[in-house]
Design a protein around this ligand. Structure first.
Ligand SMILES: CN(C(=O)[C@H](Cc1cnc[nH]1)NC(=O)OCc1ccccc1)[C@@H](Cc1ccccc1)C(=O)N[C@@H](Cc1c[nH]c2ccccc12)C(=O)NO
Ligand SMILES: [Zn+2]
Length: 319
């Protein structure tokens, strides 16, 4: 009988706290352009493991604000980098973790995102115009967290997402784009945030998603691909949002994630015996959170934030 694997929470916390400090490591250089997303991944993992106090809140908030572009209202992936919706969401999410949305000019940030909606309801990622359903999710999520969804045309945004639905029940990056678990998360998450999940065929999509579970218990992103820890989040959060999570074997999936840990030095990799990174450490812990793993805080599947953070934003009296 294989030894019962468990989550090396202490090691993962230490891995993240030291990675935050190491500026010149190979990984941090590769991730240089998306450092704001790296902060979101690392800090959200600390919150899930009850250890946000392990970092200096004001130091992080000051660094995030140094990525802000006051003239456009957007955030770049690092200091001095051009603004993009990807990093604007990551920055807003980090401020939510620390309950510091007060530092923002919320109308200015909302205007940046609003300015990227196109005639057909779709969203571009930045001023260069690339369109992807990923940016629909990111824009709707950002505006919702700032209580400013009323600034855009939500009906057109939903209409565009529905136009990206495929015959297999899944969604792609553009109309006619191939179904991919990451894009499905974006489209289902955006529909959930806008109260439009009635556009989803839950059984058809649920079937496509539960078929992502491989013999090794892990989930892949498309048919015939290898299982990868980060799909534990993209697939699982989508299954939860459409209430079909009981269609996969959660015990086998948890074992797959725990088997991808580096229990000595901390961190989680995409698959067993590969190099760990902050991205897969976050999506692995978030996946365990969605399966109510003991000692891990619950996550909101649509906002990709801890549930208590989402509740504080939407249920608090002072709006
Ligand atoms: C740029 N990225 C990717 O392309 C990863 C690469 C990968 C990891 N494992 C398998 N491939 N893939 C990825 O993010 O796919 C998820 C995805 C793709 C398209 C649409 C939606 C989700 C990763 C970084 C990375 C690169 C290489 C290795 C590990 C991490 C990345 O930054 N992904 C972004 C994509 C993204 C940004 N905002 C989003 C909002 C919703 C969904 C996805 C994103 C992310 O997850 N941010 O939180
Ligand atoms: Zn991955």
């Amino acid at each position: 009988m294989a030894k019962q694997q468990e989550l090396a929470a202490g090691e993962h916390v230490r891995y993240i706290v030291t990675a935050e400090k190491k500026k010149d490591s190979f990984e941090s250089l590769v991730m240089e352009h998306l450092r704001a997303s790296g902060a979101y991944w690392g800090l959200t993992t600390l919150v899930l493991l009850h250890k946000l106090h392990a970092v200096d809140a004001s130091e992080v908030v000051d660094w995030i604000m140094s990525c802000y572009h006051p003239e456009s209202g957007g955030f770049g992936g690092n200091v001095g980098h051009d603004p993009h919706v990807l990093y604007t969401l990551s920055a807003v999410q980090v401020l939510c973790l620390f309950d510091r949305l007060d530092v923002l000019d919320a109308d200015k940030v909302a205007d940046y995102v609003t300015g990227l909606q196109n005639e057909d309801g779709s969203f571009s990622g930045d001023i260069w115009g690339e369109v992807d359903t990923r940016f629909s999710y990111i824009s709707l999520c950002t505006l919702s967290l700032l209580h400013r969804l009323h600034k855009i045309n939500v009906e057109k945004a939903v209409e565009y997402i529905v136009s990206c639905k495929n015959l297999d029940g899944g969604f792609g990056a553009m109309p006619g784009g191939e179904s991919h678990a990451g894009q499905i998360f974006c489209c289902v998450g955006a529909l959930a945030i806008t109260g439009s999940l009635h556009h989803v065929d839950r059984d058809l999509l649920g079937w496509w998603l539960c078929e992502r579970q491989c013999r090794d218990g892990g989930l892949n992103g498309r048919p015939e691909k290898l299982a990868d820890v980060c799909y534990s989040w993209w697939v699982l959060s989508s299954l939860i949002m459409i209430d079909r999570v009981h269609w996969i074997d959660k015990e086998k999936l948890a074992k797959f994630i725990l088997n991808c840990q580096d229990k000595e030095n901390g961190g989680i990799s995409d698959r067993p015996d590969n190099a760990v990174d902050i991205y897969h450490t976050y999506f692995g812990v978030a996946g365990l959170s969605l399966m109510e793993y003991p000692g891990v805080k619950p996550m909101d599947p649509a906002y990709a934030l801890p549930l208590d953070v989402v509740n504080r934003i939407f249920l608090s009296k002072q709006q």
